[in-house]
Design a protein around this ligand. Sequence first.
Ligand code: NAD
Length: 289
Amino acid sequence: MKIAFIGLGNMGGGMAANLVKAGHQVNAFDLAEQARSAAKDAGCEVFHDLKEAVQDVEAVVSMLPNGGIVKAVYENDVIGHAPAGAILLDCSTIDVATAKEVTEAATKSGYEMVDAPVSGGIAAANGGTLTFMVGGTESAFARAEPILQGMGKAVIRAGDAGAGQTAKICNNMLLAVHMIGTCEAMKMAEKLGLDPQKFYEISSQSSGSNWSLNTYTPLPGVGAQSPADNDYQGGFATALMLKDLRLAMEAAENSDSAVPLSSRAASLYEDYSGAGNGALDFSSIIKTY
Ligand code: NAD
C-alpha cells in the first residue's frame, strides 16, 4: 500500500520504518529535519509539504504529540487533501473528545478513521511489537488492522470512535495507581525490617501481585530486571505518564467519574515531574518514599 506517515519522532520513526519493512511505500512528513532524514535512511520517501505527501495515498497514519496538533493536521492538511476513500489512522495519545471530533470531521468528508493509540514504548515501536487499542467502526477497523499489524504484536478493537483513547488512558491511570501502591508497600516492608527481595518473592506470588511489582520492579537489584536497574533511564518517562494522567483526569471530570485514588496518583506525579524528574522512568517515583 501507499501510506503517508505524519510525525516521525521517538515512536513514529520506528513505526514508519516497520511499515517500509512490511512492504509498504511510505510518504513521510515531519516538521523536524532530523526526523525526516532518519525516515529517508529507513527507506521512506520524504516530503516537505504535508498536502503533497497525502495526495495519492491509500492510508494516512499519524503519531503526534497532542490533540491540538492532531486536530490541526487533519483539519488543515489531510481531510479534503488525501484521496476520498483513504483510511485514516491516528496512533497518538490524545483526549477522547478530540479523537471523536476529528473522526466526525473525517467521516463527514467521506473518510473512514480510527483512533489507535499504543501500549509499549520506543523499543516496541522500533521492534514492531506495539499493542494497538482501536476505536472505530467495524468496517474502519477491518481496513486498519492489516496496516497496524505491520507495526505491532496485538491489534484489539476497543469499540467505536474514541474507545481506543478511552482504553489507553484508563489502562495508564490504573498503571500509575499500582506503581505507586507497589512503591509504598515495598518501602514500608523495608522500613519494617523485611528484605525487599523477600517481599518481592512473597507478594509477587500472593494477592498483592501486579505488573509493576512482578515485571517492572521499581527497586534496583530486586525482582525483575527493569529501568530501576539502569538508574531509571529509558523505559516510560515520568513526563509521558503525567501527560496520560492529565488526559485521564480531564476524562474523569467530563464523565463525572469518581477517581479519588487516581487523582492522588496524578497529583503525586505532577509534583514529582515538576521537581525536574520528567525524563526519568516513571517507576523512579519510589525515590520520594
Ligand atoms: P516525539 O516528540 O518524539 O515525536 C513527535 C513528532 O511529531 C516530532 O518529530 C515532531 O517534530 C512531530 N510533529 C509535531 N508537530 C507536527 C506537525 N504539525 N506536523 C508534523 N510533525 C509534527 O513524541 P513520541 O514520543 O514519538 O510520542 C508520539 C505520541 O505517542 C504521543 O502522543 C505520545 O503520548 C505517544 N506515546 C509515546 C510513547 C513513548 O514511550 N514515547 C509510548 C506510548 C505512546
